[in-house]
Design a protein around this ligand. Sequence first.
Ligand SMILES: *[C@@H]1O[C@H](CO)[C@@H](O)[C@H](O)[C@H]1NC(C)=O
Ligand SMILES: *[C@@H]1O[C@H](CO)[C@@H](O)[C@H](O)[C@H]1NC(C)=O
Ligand SMILES: *[C@@H]1O[C@H](CO)[C@@H](O)[C@H](O)[C@H]1NC(C)=O
Length: 264
Amino acid sequence: MAFILITASLFFLFLWIISLCKVLILPRIPFAKHFTHNGRSFRKRNVLLVTAHPDDESMFFTPTINFLTSKGHNIQILCLSTGGAEGKGNIRKRELFQACVTLKVPMQQVKIVDHPDLQDGFGKVWNRSLLAKIIEEEITNCSIDMIITFDFYGVSGHCNHRDVHYGVCKLLHDTLQRDIEVWELVSTNILRKYSGPVDIWLSIFLAMLHSNGTMHCLVNENSRRSFKAMAQHSSQWVWFRKLFVALSSYTYMNTLRKVCSQNC
Ligand SMILES: *[C@@H]1O[C@H](CO)[C@@H](O)[C@H](O)[C@H]1NC(C)=O
Ligand SMILES: *[C@@H]1O[C@H](CO)[C@@H](O)[C@H](O)[C@H]1NC(C)=O
Ligand SMILES: *[C@@H]1O[C@H](CO)[C@@H](O)[C@H](O)[C@H]1NC(C)=O
């Protein structure tokens, strides 16, 4: 029994290491073409990342942020609450700005909404029309041509994450004629979620299956930056979140799926 356990552990450690190597070398291979050189011409995008709480960007979206900024795209972050469930809204706002310094997103491109109807917390239902209205304003003001946000499950299943997704859907339905691309962060099952870099193999395989380009795997070009950015959220940087960031596949890669108005 002990022998089997040791063998299995060693095998998993080995798999972890080679996967990490793969994550480290992969960004140099032309990948996720849609977000790089689409054909011959490079089109710089104004990307709006829509999140629910300060720290979502560092905990879940760093591969996307690192990948897109390194490719020359412009990233704006719209965070729809101050994360004030424990009365720390002002502290958490400041932490988000600090994390964005680490993530190389200029402060003037980060916006935090503090609306009485959009307060952080389980069981707080966020008004989707209001979300759509706020997001639309930001799109118009900042000439956004691409949105990235949570999918219907929102990685952790948090209702605020899910409402943000449906707010974006509402926007997509209300403004069908708009030339705006929407991508969602694919939520994975618990095994994949906590497999760290090992999930790279399945993520790439699944993205390749979608040969029509509706799914892409963005590999983190700088995984250490995920830790550094998350550490800026001092009020949240407790032992279990440190463990989460180390084990989570969202530290090493993001799978984005294209959203069309029919299926959202
Ligand atoms: C939701 O927000 C919209 C737009 O701000 C508003 O017109 C509507 O009354 C709100 N609905 C609820 C149930 O609060
Ligand atoms: C967009 O610009 C208008 C007019 O300048 C301003 O009133 C509004 O607050 C801005 N909205 C956002 C989301 O920045
Ligand atoms: C793209 O391919 C996937 C998987 O093959 C399929 O489920 C999806 O409907 C396709 N999407 C479009 C827009 O063709």
